[in-house]
Design a protein around this ligand. Structure first.
Ligand SMILES: [Zn+2]
Length: 328
């Protein structure tokens, strides 16, 4: 072999296997804004489970993944998991849909990392539309952008080693039904589901952090797996370096957020989770939760943190372990 070619190849191999090659990928605020503008539009009418706006949102997400050429799981070729109306215990007047798309792992395809966000919201009351730009169009936009980055990396020869499922659930606002349906009718076996990263409200700044918008609340990261917690801390320090606020992770915190969003249905199945959250604000669950109030710089940094954390979970040598003492 030509000496020059040899060293060129060697250099390529070394640079590809060096830890942080993934930081060349980062979210684009223009895309994030486009997704939130659409999901939190008047046309989608507050995306209430079982209503027209929720169906439009599901179709928007499915079309996005189809155009991005992500795989639809076998048996869900339309990217939808249909939930019968009976499952909602009378809280929805029609059936619902979870939206799923995935990227197959190159080395451990049977091991799956689930990224989740709920796309339903509160609908309309009288004249008022509950737009839900932060809750949770922001989390959906983050997932869509993370999917685009993983897909881009894949086309550039960096397919993740584990599989990644992008799961947009409905029924959250009426009682975490979409995630409950997924975990009771899993499309990929729960035993092979390594981690759930759940993203619910990541586009705003709360009062406590008015002067330091580079933060995010993490909830649950150390509850089942100290390995996951340590990885999350390490990746943050090496990349985005946000202030990770654990206030709401405290078992004595009266808000009990650990039990209040979709990740909890995964945690109940002994799957380690991290819940990413910006805290509450004056527009929480009000018609004034609108797109113009989203802080895109903060949203973009949080999206990058979730993406880099997901990358590490998907590509590290060992599957994330569950702490023995915490096994049920
Ligand atoms: Zn929410």
């Amino acid at each position: 072999m030509n000496k020059l070619l040899f060293f060129l190849l060697l250099f390529t191999v070394i640079s590809c296997s060096s830890g942080q090659s993934y930081t060349e990928y980062a979210s684009d605020t223009i895309n994030l804004k486009q997704h939130i503008s659409q999901l939190a539009s008047a046309e989608f009418g507050g995306r209430k489970t079982g209503e027209k706006g929720q169906k439009l949102a599901a179709a928007y997400l499915a079309k996005y993944y189809s155009e991005l050429k992500l795989e639809a799981p076998a048996g869900h070729e339309d990217y939808l998991q249909h939930i019968p109306v009976e499952f909602f215990n009378g809280r929805s007047k029609d059936k619902g849909e979870n939206v799923l798309a995935f990227i197959k792992g190159s080395k451990y395809p049977e091991e799956v990392l689930v990224l989740s966000a709920h796309y339903d919201h509160l609908g309309t009351k009288g004249e008022d539309i509950y737009f839900g730009a932060d809750d949770d169009a922001s989390g959906n936009a983050a997932l869509m952008e993370i999917a685009r980055l993983f897909q881009k990396a894949k086309t550039e020869g960096k397919q993740p080693e584990r599989s990644i499922l992008f799961l947009h659930v409905c029924g959250e606002e009426i009682g975490l039904f979409g995630s409950k349906y997924y975990t009771s009718h899993p499309v990929f076996p729960l035993k092979q589901t390594v981690v759930n990263l759940n993203v619910d409200m990541v586009g705003r700044i709360d009062d406590k952090h008015k002067n330091n918008p580079d933060y995010v609340y993490l909830i649950g990261s150390d509850k089942l797996s100290s390995e996951l917690h340590d990885l999350s801390e390490k990746i943050n320090k090496e990349t985005v370096n946000l202030e990770l606020d654990y206030t709401y992770n405290n078992d004595n915190d009266p808000n009990r957020y650990y039990y209040r969003s979709d990740h909890y249905n995964f945690a109940m199945n002994n799957i380690p989770v991290i819940f990413y959250f910006n805290g509450t604000h004056e527009d929480y669950h009000k018609p004034t939760d609108t797109e113009d109030k989203i802080n895109y710089d903060a949203l973009s940094k949080r999206t990058n943190l979730i993406f880099y954390t997901a990358w590490e979970i998907a590509n590290r040598k060992e599957r994330i372990g569950v702490d023995d003492k915490k096994l049920k």
